[in-house]
Design a protein around this ligand. Structure first.
Ligand code: DUC
Ligand code: ZN
Ligand code: ZN
Length: 488
């Protein structure tokens, strides 16, 4: 028997479908043995009383990214990945953003150049598409997919990012043809602009009015439209950061009807609500994100939709803008809510919050937690050949959780480059105390052991829809449309 590099003994191991007592053997960065009596090892970690889980995969975060108004996130690939690792993650999928006029190859070169020398954990990118020219659709998108970037995000709002319905169809059709997934920021732009204008004209400019300016119906209308467009051509989509029950219900119904629709929600819609925005001075700006925080009843509804499987993905949507002139207050000390940078930090707190409020309070099972932390994302985003479960042959990406650890969340203890956390003062039970990436311990005793650039780019698989229900609209179906072949 070959000598192992690392062995984790006496722990309780959990995947998304089962929990079992076992030792785990690691060699050359890969899990090579699961069981008892698996041989000698250079190093042994005793995980008695601990939970041995797959490393988290954070599938929605904004790192070293310029917003469409030109504001840079406060985290670069070093601080962002370090913070992710301290929160139990071993892989991140941030966005590489195309701004109008940019070539996708240049965008990717830029983001590879940012991530490669700095990321301490493995990474991929989703590509934001804001300028779907013919060349982008016909040549650049297929190239990018070939390079292992198999998901794109499109925006139905924001004047500088928005794509119209026809452009969405073009992007979705290209994604279908070449095996990619389209992620959608679904909010009706006109409703938001209309409400914002009315509020500002009425002198309702404080941060809390941001929530009113993004009506619930703006979200559900856009989700409905996105589902109609994608099911028309029968291609998978994922609606990101869903904040309303109405939106979740459309996703649930679409899935019930056999359409390839996935849903994501985020901690801010489960642990925060719009009353948090009603703070003196500009402090409510810390809670401005899009879609916005909703009320307490919505929090419960979002929890329910997480429990019942309407959301397969749970991501932080970490969008770190500091509470100063580099971020939230880039447009002055007292800007109207329309000029406050949108987004909340949360890459380090995503999993501890869900573990504490979900697993420890018995709202979700440990296996469901693992599914949301890593496994579902690995399958949906084409990473499951490498990551997402504790299985022989997969990367040894593991987080060892102490379920009894108690912590109070404080900005000063977190490792991102932020000056606040919206979860300040919340008490959590359970924390990932040892984090292992491809067999190397990267976090231990509350210390970072990994070096800048230790993370690797992960080439993702094409999205395979085999086994997913779905059907083309009759107008596109050769057998039902007088035999016409529509080329798309
Ligand atoms: N959309 C995001 O996905 N993140 C932050 C802000 C936004 O509008
Ligand atoms: Zn978004
Ligand atoms: Zn986001």
């Amino acid at each position: 028997m070959q000598k192992l590099d690392l062995k984790i003994i006496n722990g309780t191991v959990a995947n998304s479908t089962e929990t079992f007592r076992s030792d785990i053997g690691i060699k050359d960065g890969v899990i090579v043995a699961i069981g008892k009596e698996i041989g000698d090892s250079e190093r042994i970690i005793d995980a008695k009383g601990q939970l041995v889980l797959p490393g988290g995969i954070e599938a929605h975060c904004h790192i070293e990214q310029e917003s469409s108004s030109g504001i840079m996130t406060s985290d670069d690939y070093y601080s962002g990945s370090v913070s992710a690792a301290f929160g139990g993650n071993t892989c991140i999928i941030p966005f590489a953003a195309q701004h109008r006029g940019q070539n996708l190859h240049d965008v990717l070169d830029l983001y590879h150049g940012r991530a490669e020398p700095k990321s301490v954990i493995d990474y991929s990118f989703h590509l934001i598409i804001s300028d779907p020219t013919e060349n982008v659709i016909k040549n650049e998108l297929p190239d990018v997919i070939e390079q292992g970037i198999t998901s794109f995000k499109v925006y139905m709002t924001y004047d500088k990012l928005i794509v119209n319905d026809e452009q969405m169809l073009e992007i979705m059709a290209a994604a279908k043809k070449h095996g990619a997934l389209t992620m959608i920021h679904a909010e009706n732009n006109a409703m938001i602009n209309w409400m914002s204008e009315k509020l500002i004209k009425g002198d309702h400019k404080e941060p809390k009015f941001h929530a009113l300016s993004h009506p619930r119906t703006a979200e559900s209308e856009a989700i409905n439209r996105a589902v109609a467009l994608s099911s028309f051509i029968d291609t998978p989509i994922l609606i990101v950061h869903v904040s309303t029950e109405a939106g979740a219900r459309i996703i649930a119904e679409a899935r019930y009807d056999g359409h390839k629709v996935f849903g994501e929600t985020c901690p801010q819609y489960m642990f925060l609500n719009s009353s948090d925005m009603d703070l003196p001075e500009m402090q409510g700006a810390q809670f401005c994100c899009s879609p916005p925080l909703r009320d307490r009843a919505s929090q419960e509804e979002i929890w329910r939709c997480l429990q019942n499987g309407t959301f397969q993905v749970y991501s932080s949507d970490h969008a770190p803008y500091r509470f100063d002139e580099t971020g939230k207050l880039h447009a002055g000390k007292k800007p109207p809510f329309t000029k406050i940078a949108n987004g909340l930090p949360g890459i380090e707190t995503r999993l501890p919050l869900l573990f504490s409020e979900g697993v420890m309070k018995k709202r979700i099972s440990l296996n469901h937690f693992v599914a949301l932390a890593a496994t579902n994302v690995s399958k949906i985003y084409g990473l499951d050949h490498r990551k997402g479960s504790i299985t022989e042959g997969k990367d040894a990406d593991i987080a060892i959780w102490n379920p009894e650890a108690k912590r109070v969340i404080k900005a000063e203890d977190l490792h991102d480059n932020m000056d606040f956390t919206p979860y300040e003062g919340m008490e959590v039970r359970g924390w990932p105390e040892i984090v292992i990436q491809r067999g190397e311990v990267i976090i231990e005793d509350n210390k970072l052991i990994a070096e800048r650039g230790d993370g690797e780019f992960i080439h993702r698989k094409r999205i395979d829809c085999t086994g997913m229900p779905g059907r083309l609209a009759p107008e596109l179906d050769h057998n039902k449309n007088f035999g016409v072949d529509i080329d798309f």
